[in-house]
Design a protein around this ligand. Structure first.
Ligand code: HEC
Length: 122
């Protein structure tokens, strides 16, 4: 019994360290837009979709409210990871795979990865 506990100690310590790392203190907003290029038309549609479907929970500038901040998170998550999350949802985040067209989902991805920063400079 004692030796089992002894063997588990490093695992428990690692778990405790991981939990401390769960609190994301990185200033993602300072990392700027990701490097994709989108047409003006896609950017305009993305801003519309974001305002209508996302801003209430993530803030109009992506700085977060009920949901986490999204601005700059294109440097934390890949395009595909963000796309999957938006389509399927996760916990209190509703999935939009059924509610938005593929074109709208691609446009809103353009907005959260690049568009937030364009809006800031205006
Ligand atoms: C009803 C409120 C709500 C709406 C509307 C909503 N979200 Fe979310 N979103 C959340 C919550 C809450 C989370 C955190 C999910 C979790 O804890 O697993 C989240 C997480 C996310 C994440 C992952 C963020 C991260 O850093 O892990 C992305 C990306 C995202 N949402 C994008 C969107 C987009 C794009 C839209 C609009 C199409 C949208 N969300 C609409 C509540 C919402």
């Amino acid at each position: 019994m004692r030796s089992t506990l002894f063997r588990l100690t490093p695992a428990l310590l690692a778990l405790a360290l991981c939990c401390a790392a769960c609190i994301d203190r990185t200033d993602w907003a300072s990392k700027g837009p990701t490097e994709e290029d989108y047409s003006q038309q896609v950017m305009v549609l993305g801003a519309d979709v974001y305002r209508d479907s996302c801003a209430a929970c993530h803030g109009s500038d992506g700085s977060g409210s009920f949901g986490p901040a999204l601005i700059g998170k294109g440097h934390k998550y890949s395009y595909e990871e963000q796309r999957r999350l938006i389509e399927r949802g996760r916990r209190s985040m509703p999935g939009f795979g059924a509610g938005l067209s593929e074109e709208e989902i691609e446009a809103v991805l353009a907005h959260i990865r690049v568009g937030f920063f364009a809006a800031r400079n205006n």
